[in-house]
Design a protein around this ligand. Structure first.
Ligand code: ZN
Length: 542
């Protein structure tokens, strides 16, 4: 038992006397949960849900929320207003950064003019400029696989609309686009993988391109090697006087285009030509015409806006103050920023709407909670978890020194939602057996809702933050908890695509997620002790 646990248990004994009516007794295997509170939370979540209304405003009214863009700021103002309406306290924007420029699309038109007209489904890549009015020009295929390819195209691209990647091979979709996990799949994922194969803390490798290799995925990776190559390509295309650069996106077909950025929020990085992603079928058509000796003409009219008035990023924060231990904090949240192709409905309008709905449920019920429940809607997640990384290191501990602030010991847990619209099917325990037992007791009375089990019963420490904002917390030894969700169409249709839209969100699923997030936050905020912690990492080696 470390000192922190000892001190907390001492504090908890005193609190138990005061709070007996609302704090259930606990046993070693888990918590005895408050079923009356559960009933009230369920009723509010399922009979008076506002989660789709939240989502409607976030996605359909404010639109895509590229970090620091005007849309993003306007949506944040709306979110703060909603939180105040629900009675949350200490509602504010908390700045971090600098991040750099905001950016958003003002106009997109793309068409094949000859040999036969077709409108081109697509959208501009983030942090790329506009065309200054309509441009009609010849297409040219100039696949740039690496810096070595620049020489062969030098002097040949001026004024052209350049297809900068190879055509993409497409195949028949013979399986359903959407998938719900079967009970067997959920159970299988709860099993600890053979540690001799993965190593504790072993993470699945990303499919990021190898350093120096320029692929459509280079236009979506935040890795420094990807950024370096993007900068090289953008400088080359700019110097060559390219009119527009085109990509078929890094994923998707059948009208769905997956693409993120082409340039950089950092005003010091080189700005390339206007860039757009179009559907791979249409991209391939242009390539085939060229391969047959027919030079198509294309028109693009693109207007984008770099927003340079405030380079600081921001997180949206609001609280329900605790009754007797208000300095101890339970957090829920998700990232509020998105990409620009759709409206960021499932990435991460849903996680934001769910977190807002969870705190609305708890605020509306006025069910006493000893600890403060704080909601955070992070910024800059898509470019590298910037908002949550800044927050945890300012409030709790800078990762390099691990010099803890007084708040470090008061942060109970953070629950994150950022895997699309799908139902919560399991909760992660970060390799902590005590935490797993507690979560099992919380999910026991709600298994009918589809949240069946605890995953990650054996897991290593989070050595690098990545994937989503919960890892910013677990990276410094705090309980940053994520839920395993039904994938639905996240990978096949919506994640970073032009089809990341409201109608792809499943209402019953996000109602379930909101109810569960409220229930988990309630349990954490009312149990006698704070939750057991994962291991505190050592300061980083210099
Ligand atoms: Zn996301």
């Amino acid at each position: 038992m470390n000192l922190r646990r000892f001190r907390l248990i001492g504090a908890a004994c005193a609190a138990t006397v005061l709070l007996t009516p609302i704090t259930p007794a606990q046993n070693h295997g888990g918590d005895k949960v408050d079923l009356a509170a559960l009933t009230r939370i369920k009723n509010e979540a399922f009979q008076h849900s506002q989660v789709m209304e939240n989502l409607f405003y976030i996605s359909e009214v404010y639109g895509p929320r590229v970090n620091n863009s005007r849309n993003h700021r306007a949506a944040a103002e709306w979110a703060m207003q909603q939180m105040k309406t629900w009675g949350l306290q200490n509602v504010h924007l908390e700045k971090w950064g600098p991040f750099g420029d905001g950016w958003q699309i003002k106009k997109y038109y793309g068409a094949l003019e000859s040999p036969a007209y077709a409108s081109l489904i697509g959208f501009p890549l983030a942090w790329t400029p506009g065309t200054n009015g309509p441009i009609t020009a010849e297409a040219i295929l100039a696949p740039l696989h690496s810096e070595a390819d620049f020489a062969q195209y030098k002097g040949k691209l001026k004024g052209k609309i350049v297809l900068i990647f190879d055509p993409r091979e497409l195949s028949l979709h013979s399986e359903a686009e959407a998938h719900r996990l079967t009970d067997e799949e959920v159970a299988a994922r709860a099993k600890t993988p053979d540690p001799s194969h993965t190593g504790f803390g072993g993470r699945p490798g990303t499919d990021a391109p190898r350093p120096g290799e320029y692929t459509p995925s280079t236009l979506t990776t935040a890795a420094p090697s990807g950024r370096l190559l993007r900068n090289q390509v953008n400088s080359f295309l700019h110097e060559e006087g390219v009119a527009v650069a085109l990509t078929p996106g890094y994923n998707g077909d059948g009208g769905t285009v997956f693409a993120t950025f082409g340039g950089s929020q950092d005003p010091k990085d080189p700005v390339g030509p206007p860039m757009a992603a179009i559907t791979p079928e249409q991209y391939n058509r242009i390539c085939r015409l060229l391969q047959h000796g027919i030079t198509p003409k294309l028109t693009f009219d693109i207007e984008t806006e770099y927003q340079k008035d405030d380079p600081m990023g921001f997180n949206v924060i609001g609280e329900i103050p605790g009754t007797t231990k208000s300095d101890e904090v339970v957090m829920v949240g998700g990232h509020f920023d998105s990409w620009q192709g759709g409206t960021g409905a499932t990435d991460n309008g849903t996680g934001s709407a769910v977190a807002m709905e969870a705190v609305r449920i708890l605020a509306t019920l006025h069910q006493p909670m000893a600890r403060t429940v704080r909601v955070a809607l992070w910024g800059g997640e898509e470019e590298g978890l910037f908002g949550s990384l800044a927050y945890v290191q300012k409030h709790f501990a800078p990762r390099d020194t691990m010099k803890k602030t007084p708040e470090y010991d008061k942060l109970d847990v953070y629950f994150n939602d950022d895997s699309g619209s799908g139902k919560f099917r399991a909760v992660s325990a970060l390799g902590n057996a005590e935490l797993a037992a507690i979560f099992q007791s919380w999910i026991a009375p709600i298994k009918d809702l589809g949240l069946e089990t605890v995953v990650g019963l054996t897991a290593g420490p989070t050595t690098q933050p990545g994937g989503t904002d919960s890892t910013s917390f677990s990276w410094i030894g705090l309980d940053g908890i994520g839920f395993m969700q039904d994938p639905l169409e996240y990978g096949s249709r919506t994640h970073h695509s032009n089809m990341d839209l409201y109608d792809r969100v499943q209402k019953g699923d996000v109602m379930q997620g909101s109810m569960i997030e409220a229930w988990f936050a309630y349990n954490a905020a009312t149990r006698t002790e704070m939750l057991p912690r994962i291991e505190t990492p050592a300061p980083s080696a210099k």
